[in-house]
Design a protein around this ligand. Structure first.
Ligand code: SF4
Ligand code: SF4
Length: 659
């Protein structure tokens, strides 16, 4: 299984700026989907004393994992970005696939798959990327750019207090040393940004995730530690189990009709109880206030349920999407009806373009999304969220978010012009409407993406383009090639290095647009397979390119490639066969290492001319198949095409110098 390999900041910047210049995109997100602000509307909100230009963000999950994901979230308009959860166990083996968004939304994902030190560089690098983007004015002068990166840590007091996690949080709070390390790596056209005053503090807010079954005392211990010893603002993510089993069953089965989803009893027995939460939160609010910090709560985490499907092998899985929306909303309503002191709240659970404005009208900051962003369109879906919010604000004549909350259901007078109070008054109305809305019910969410019964191969597919945007890591990419049919000969390998032609076959490439995968950014989550209409999974069947010979050798398996541009050499794995093709255009020759032999090939007409055994090879074969050679040559040429910029060619001088 491939492992995530972070992409250096300098490479990310090079790709983004070249791609924008040549194709009007950044990490495959077209500029028409960038959030550039709305004239006359102020979407900004306050989050733990910091100003964010929109109330929108990705929930801690795949969209806050790698630096390019954070940048993509930001380009789409997210301004409070929950970073993927880190924890002391940073070498977990997570089962694959781990995301199933076919309809409801389930996952068996967990925390960051990078090591703590790598996550730190990824997050600091992302923050620096955004500063450079602003300073470059690439997107214009007036992009609303107030941004908050919000750490997410888990899961136990022991882990969070461990020296490694403690040092990690401290380094996020004061990242000066990492900033200096990364700024020294800015080269070429980006060297001029070395002296930018990058903020030393990458983040001083934390959303806390706790294990199911984490007792109230432990939650209090962790929050106290984070507030008092780490000096952070804290948001406690609440679990939907706080509603109690009876209420969850009533909503999930009785109201919404998801009868096939089975609850996991122990989660309800062991998790924090509602009354405990009511006691705990005001105590922690007082502590936070004493320390000059903020304390908020989040509605909600995913719901742990029994695995009733065959997609994952685990016994349990985590439910999100439409049914979670209604559960999380109902918990918000119940909590707000009984809370002893008002507490700031954020939201996650089935948020999409159609309900985001309603969530904002409940005075929730931030309103975060994850499941919906894994659907076709990916990060581009964020644009519609903000357009819809802006349209509703305009319709009510609201110029800013507090004004919008006050006017949403004419609450201004009843709330004495207090937006927080208006959010509270809106709560029972909008929550009951959500519970009654058929769009969250099983009948509306039971379908699965269509499969058309054909299988994917290395080349060609129906070219639907879904696999690129649904990947949260932008690991899939488009490259271009000329459609062609190449008739070829195979060869008999004769004594003394001679060759004799044998009947061969034909390599046919029908489409100009082809798809490939940057394996270093692919964690095999399976999401592109769910949405690809063909069978096999783009991340399995399309050529997988690695960023180094080491990762290729370790992880290529039956499908992998590595290109050494300097040496004009491409390594390839086809099933059990590993080959290396070296191209020598000056002499008009290519040398193909395959099956213990090296075959010399004339580049002009793809004819083998001689062969020799590789040093140390066992008895050489008598037969040479030309097909792998043709595939490698074609991949080398088309991946290097400078018209498209992607991770597989961004280090090629012809690409960086072209245009
Ligand atoms: S390429 Fe597919 S499997 Fe890989 S990370 Fe992206 S969505 Fe997941
Ligand atoms: S690989 Fe699948 S999802 Fe990607 S473009 Fe082809 S058919 Fe569509």
């Amino acid at each position: 299984m491939a492992e995530l390999v972070p992409i250096p900041l300098a490479v990310l910047l090079r790709r983004a700026f070249l791609e924008y210049e040549r194709e009007g995109k950044i990490f495959d997100l077209p500029k028409s989907k960038f959030f550039l602000g709305f004239p006359g509307l102020d979407l900004s909100v306050d989050f733990h004393g910091r100003r964010a230009s929109t109330p929108l963000g990705p929930a801690a999950g795949p969209h806050g994992q790698l630096a390019q994901n954070i940048v993509l979230s930001w380009l789409g308009g997210a301004r409070i970005i929950e970073l993927k959860t880190v924890q002391i166990l940073d070498e977990l083996k997570i089962p694959r696939p781990c995301i199933d968004i076919a309809n409801v939304g389930y996952n068996v994902e967990w925390s960051q798959e990078l090591k703590l030190e790598q996550s730190l560089r990824e997050y600091v690098g992302a923050a620096m990327f955004l500063e450079i983007l602003k300073a470059s004015k690439l997107l214009g002068e007036d992009v609303p750019s107030g941004t908050v990166l919000d750490m997410s840590v888990g899961y136990s007091l022991e882990g969070i207090r461990s020296p490694r996690v403690r040092n990690w949080i401290a380094a996020m709070r004061n990242s000066a040393a990492i900033v200096d390390e990364l700024r020294a790596g800015l080269d070429g056209p980006f060297a001029r940004y070395r002296d930018l005053p990058f903020p030393a503090c990458t983040s001083d807010t934390i959303s806390l995730s706790t294990f199911h079954g984490c007792p109230a005392g432990e939650i209090e211990g962790i929050v106290t530690f984070l507030l008092a010893e780490m000096g952070c603002h804290v948001c406690i993510k609440l679990n939907p189990t706080l509603l109690g089993r009876e209420e969850v069953e009533h909503l999930l089965h009785g109201v919404l009709g998801y009868h096939e989803i089975q609850l996991h009893g122990p989660a309800f027995e062991n998790d924090l109880k509602f009354d405990e939460a009511l006691d705990l939160i005001p105590r922690l609010q007082r502590l936070a206030a004493d320390r000059g910090r903020g304390l908020s709560v989040k509605f909600t985490n995913t719901l742990v349920v029994k695995n009733h499907k065959s997609f994952f092998s685990d016994e349990l899985m985590y439910m999100s999407g439409a049914p979670l929306h209604v559960l999380a909303m109902n918990l918000l309503k119940k909590f707000r009806a009984r809370q002893r002191t008002p507490v700031a709240a954020s939201f996650s659970g089935g948020i999409d373009a159609r309900n985001v404005a309603r969530a904002v009208a409940l005075d929730l900051v931030p309103v975060t999304s994850c499941t919906d962003l894994l659907r076709p369109g990916g990060y581009a879906r964020l644009a519609r969220y903000l357009e819809n919010l802006a349209a509703e604000m305009r319709a009510l004549g609201a110029a800013d978010i507090p004004g919008f909350i006050l006017r949403y259901r004419n609450q201004a007078a009843a709330a004495s012009n207090d937006a927080g109070e208006a959010g509270l008054l809106n709560t029972p109305i909008l929550v009951d409407e959500a519970a009654a809305d058929p769009r969250y019910r099983w009948e509306r969410n039971k379908g699965a993406p269509r499969k058309i019964g054909s299988k994917l191969w290395l080349y060609d597919c129906i070219d639907c383009d879904k696999c690129v945007p649904v990947c949260p890591n932008d690991a899939n990419f488009v490259y271009e090639t000329e459609p062609r049919g190449i008739e070829y000969d195979n060869y008999e390998l004769l004594a003394g290095g001679a060759v004799r032609r044998m009947p061969g076959g034909a390599l046919r490439v029908v489409k100009e647009r082809q798809f490939a995968n940057w394996a270093d950014a692919c964690n095999e989550c399976g999401n592109c397979d769910v949405f690809c209409p063909e069978d096999g999974g783009p991340y399995n069947e399309k050529p997988r390119f690695f960023g180094s010979l080491e990762t290729y050798r370790e992880h290529a398996g039956p499908n992998g490639f590595y290109i050494d541009w300097k040496e004009r050499r491409i390594h390839g794995a086809f099933g059990g066969l590993r080959c290396v093709l070296s191209l020598r255009p000056r002499s008009g020759r290519a040398f193909m290492e395959q099956d213990g032999v090296e075959v010399e090939i004339r580049l002009g007409d793809n004819q083998a001319v001689a062969w020799k055994p590789r040093p140390g090879a066992a008895s050489p074969p008598h037969f040479f198949d030309m097909l792998p050679y043709l595939k490698l040559k074609l991949l080398f040429e088309s991946i290097g095409d400078p018209r498209r910029v992607h991770f597989a060619n961004v280090n090629l001088p012809e690409v960086t110098d072209a245009g």
